[in-house]
Structure formats: structure tokens, C-alpha cells
Write a protein that binds this ligand. Structure first.
Ligand SMILES: Cc1cc2nc3c(=O)[nH]c(=O)nc-3n(C[C@H](O)[C@H](O)[C@H](O)COP(=O)(O)OP(=O)(O)OC[C@H]3O[C@@H](n4cnc5c(N)ncnc54)[C@H](O)[C@@H]3O)c2cc1C
Length: 422
């Protein structure tokens, strides 16, 4: 344990997506002890679920890997996965924080050999792939997980199979009696970077998400296109596994809508341009329709938009989709929309629909156990008069990775100043 002065100079980072990782590394590299508290069993946040990054369409694993390397070589960074904050008491320069850590049932002796999974007969929904497939109840969270360590789902504990799974591990890494624990730390500042969740598309009744098999959300579509996803990267019709001849992207699905999310998530247009490229790569002749209110691709992203527009099989149709219907027999989908440029009603038939749903800050539901300001949609507002706890990245506003990283660097600077003031 660090001495009192060092503890008060320490920084707690909650959430280990791109924003949290950046803030943690920046603070640790100037000499602060940093605690990362992440609720999932792995680091990387939403970016770990992406297939490619816009605008360059490179793999997110590259960006994450650089951060993991910096973490591995920095002894000042302490990581707690499967952990959440219970209580924060105190003030800037001197916070006492209680953290609940859930049991993983697998200790650090795990070599990720996979023998436990081979012995496991119980299956659970694969959360990483949004429940689109199943995994064994003794599993690696995903192929590039960091830390690279298996996890056992609580549903396996107390079953007969659990004992076989334990026996299959020759490294004695499985601890079926591992318990939830609560620990306390003392830190001088807190960075809250718990990011975003996709808007629940099933709330948009007239689009059929959740009931029509061939209606996906944008973030689900990332898993379809990813080689580590449940289709091994093949974009197919979920209804029958068949090839895709036509796709419609529905922009602002629930966004800029007083009944759902009143704000623009800024990212969805760019994500759709990227997704159109995913389709084009696999289906050179597929017809792609993008229904939009207006395309928001500003600054350096405009070139990306212009590049996608050059594809003569991609149509941009200005109009808000009113309704999607499914043919019960063929599962073909029909979108009903008024083309605002021609004022005509279009009934567009396609194989697959991707809904560009927006980003909801996780603090809209899961509030911080400390006094902090939020806007009307649950995003954190950093109040310049109340220092010590700072939001970073998408918890403050919807943003791409580059903007989140800049914001997290700024939060790291503020947190360092908080610890230096005392
Ligand atoms: C469909 C789609 C595609 C996108 N594609 C791109 C792209 O190609 N390029 C690009 O630049 N940007 C893209 N983005 C945006 C990108 O996802 C964000 O910029 C990025 O995720 C922001 O990182 P973050 O760390 O702020 O949040 P997150 O990635 O959400 O990370 C938050 C972390 O906090 C953890 N957490 C949550 N709650 C708690 C809690 N209570 N306690 C502890 N930990 C918690 C989460 O498990 C997670 O690890 C896309 C967004 C969407 C919607």
C-alpha cells in the first residue's frame, strides 16, 4: 500500500474504454499511481467490439494493443476488472472509495489454454456478440481479450459439470469458491469514463428491431462484419444465412426524436458510411440505400463521405423512414419513406436493414455515487467550480475515438492538478 501522501496523489479511473485507458496511461506516465476499475472482465470498452475504425478502416485492435503495451510496462497502473464503485467519500485530494469486485472464478495462473472450456457442457448467451450466438459457460470474453484470462459464468457454479471444468485445468487456475469482495482505496482525484450503451432499438416499435430477424442495429452489424464475430466476418441474412443483395441503412433511428433520444449522436452517419464499405467489400454488386435527415460528416470526415458517395450503387435518399414491414414468409423487408427531394412515397424492398441507433451515456441510468452534475440526457457536465471528479470521453458527449482520447488527456491533466493542489 502506498503511504498517505502517495495515496492522495493517486488517481482512480472508472471505465477502461479508450477514454479511461488514455487517462490512466497519461496520468501514470507522469508518475501518478493509477487504479483502473472496469465492470467487464476485459479492457477496451465498445471499441473492442468494432470491426474497423473510420475513416481509415483499420483494425481497432492496433489502437488497443498500443495501450495494452503501455499498461503492461507501467508498474504504477493497478487494474481491477469485474469491479464497480460502491461509494465515494471525501473531497478533492482525499477520497475514500469502496469498490465491489465480483468473482471471476479463474485466478492469474490461467494460461488461456482453453481446456476448461473444452470440458464445459453448459452454454450461455454470448454477451460480447449481443446474444447473437452462444458460448461455453467457461469462456474467454473475446479472442483479443486483455487480460487474456478465462472467466466462469456463475450459472456453472454448483453444477456437476463445474467440478469437471475445475479438474480439466492443470494449472490450478480455477477457484470455484471465489467470493465477491469489497475493497477500499484512497485517491486524490477520480476520472469517470464509463462511456455509452446503444439506444434500445426495440423501443422504436415501427422498425421491428428484436422481432424482425433481418433488422439489426449498427453495433450488432459490427459483430457480423468482424472476423472474431459469430459469422466469422461474413455478412449474411440472419433469417436464413443467405447472401445479401440489398441493404438499407436507417439514419437517426430514435435519434433527434423527442420520443426517444432528442440529441444527435454525431457518430452514426460516419458509422453507416463505414458499414456501407463493409457491405461493398463482400458484395461488389449489392444495392445499398442510406435514408437520412442530413449527413453529419464534418472536417476531415467529409473526404470519407465524398469517397463513399462515388459508389454508384450507393443511393443517399433524404427522408425519415416511417415504418418497416416484414414479409412473414420470405422475411423480406419493406421500408416506407417519403423522399423529401421528390415528395414521393417510396416502398423500398431489401434483404437487410441496419438501424443507426444513437449513444446513451451509461450515467443516464448508472449514476455516480458522488455529487456531480448531469445534463437533461444524463451526460456528465464538468463543473469548473467543483474539482476533483471529472468525466472523460463519451460520458460527456457522443464522440469518436480521436475526440474521446483528446478529452481523456484533458481529464488526466485536471486530475493531476487536483492531486498537486493538496
Ligand atoms: C456503431 C458505432 C460505430 C462506431 N465506430 C467508430 C469508428 O469506427 N471510429 C471511431 O473513432 N469511433 C467510433 N465509434 C465511437 C466509439 O465507440 C467511441 O468513441 C468510444 O467507444 C468512446 O470510448 P469511451 O471510453 O468513452 O467509452 P466506452 O467505449 O463505452 O468505454 C466505457 C468503459 O466503461 C466501462 N463501464 C461502464 N459502466 C461502468 C461502471 N459502472 N463501472 C466500471 N466500468 C464501467 C465499460 O464496460 C467500458 O469498458 C462508433 C460508435 C458507434 C455507435
Amino acid at each position: 500500500m502506498p503511504n498517505q501522501k502517495a495515496a492522495q496523489q493517486a488517481i482512480l479511473v472508472v471505465g477502461a474504454g479508450m477514454s479511461g485507458l488514455t487517462a490512466a496511461i497519461e496520468a501514470a506516465e507522469v508518475g501518478r499511481e493509477v487504479y483502473i476499475v472496469e465492470k467487464e472482465a476485459f479492457l477496451g470498452g465498445r471499441v473492442a467490439q468494432m470491426n474497423q475504425y473510420f475513416p481509415k478502416l483499420c483494425s481497432p485492435d492496433c489502437g488497443l494493443e498500443i495501450n495494452y503495451r503501455r499498461i503492461k510496462t507501467n508498474p504504477r497502473i493497478h487494474i481491477l476488472t469485474m469491479a464497480q464503485i460502491v461509494k465515494i467519500d471525501g473531497k478533492e485530494g482525499d477520497y475514500n472509495v469502496s469498490i465491489k469486485v465480483m468473482p471471476r472464478y479463474v485466478n492469474e495462473r490461467c494460461t488461456a489454454c482453453g481446456e476448461c472450456s473444452n470440458a464445459c457442457t453448459v452454454e450461455i448467451d454470448n454477451k460480447f456478440n449481443f446474444g447473437l450466438d452462444k458460448v461455453k459457460a467457461a469462456y474467454l470474453p473475446h479472442a483479443f481479450a486483455f487480460p487474456l484470462r478465462y472467466i466462469i459464468d456463475p450459472s456453472l457454479i454448483n453444477t456437476e459439470n463445474a467440478k469437471e471444468v475445475e479438474k480439466a485445468c492443470k494449472y490450478k487456475a480455477i477457484e470455484l469458491d471465489m467470493k465477491e469482495k469489497e475493497i477500499s482505496i484512497n485517491v486524490g482525484a477520480v476520472i469517470w469514463a464509463t462511456g455509452w450503451s446503444p439506444y434500445d432499438a426495440s423501443k422504436i416499435m415501427f422498425y421491428g428491431a428484436g422481432s424482425y430477424k433481418n433488422v439489426l442495429t449498427n453495433i450488432q452489424f459490427e459483430r457480423f462484419a468482424s472476423s472474431s464475430g459469430h459469422t466469422k466476418g461474413k455478412i449474411i441474412k440472419p433469417s436464413d444465412g443467405g447472401i445479401v443483395n440489398s441493404v438499407a441503412f436507417v439514419q437517426c433511428a430514435g435519434s433527434r426524436d423527442e420520443n426517444h433520444l432528442p440529441y444527435c449522436s454525431r457518430i452514426c452517419c460516419l458509422a453507416t458510411l463505414k458499414h456501407a464499405m463493409y457491405v461493398r467489400e463482400q458484395y461488389p454488386n449489392a444495392e445499398i440505400s442510406i435514408f437520412y435527415i442530413d449527413i453529419r460528416a464534418l472536417g476531415r470526415f467529409e473526404d470519407f463521405y465524398n469517397k463513399v458517395k462515388q459508389d454508384d450503387k450507393i443511393s443517399f435518399i433524404k427522408g425519415k423512414v416511417a415504418k418497416i414491414e416484414e414479409d412473414k414468409a420470405t422475411k423480406e423487408l419493406t421500408l416506407r419513406v417519403e423522399d423529401q427531394e421528390t415528395q414521393r412515397i417510396i416502398n423500398k424492398k431489401v434483404d437487410l436493414v441496419v438501424l443507426a441507433t444513437g449513444m446513451v451515456p451509461n450515467t443516464a441510468i448508472d449514476k455516480i455515487p458522488a455529487e456531480i452534475q448531469y445534463d437533461e440526457n444524463g451526460f456528465i457536465i464538468n463543473d469548473p467550480l467543483k474539482t476533483g471528479i471529472y468525466g472523460a470521453g463519451c460520458i460527456k458527449k457522443p464522440a469518436d475515438v480521436a475526440v474521446s482520447v483528446q478529452d481523456a488527456t484533458n481529464a488526466a491533466m485536471k486530475a493531476i492538478q487536483s492531486t498537486a493542489r493538496r
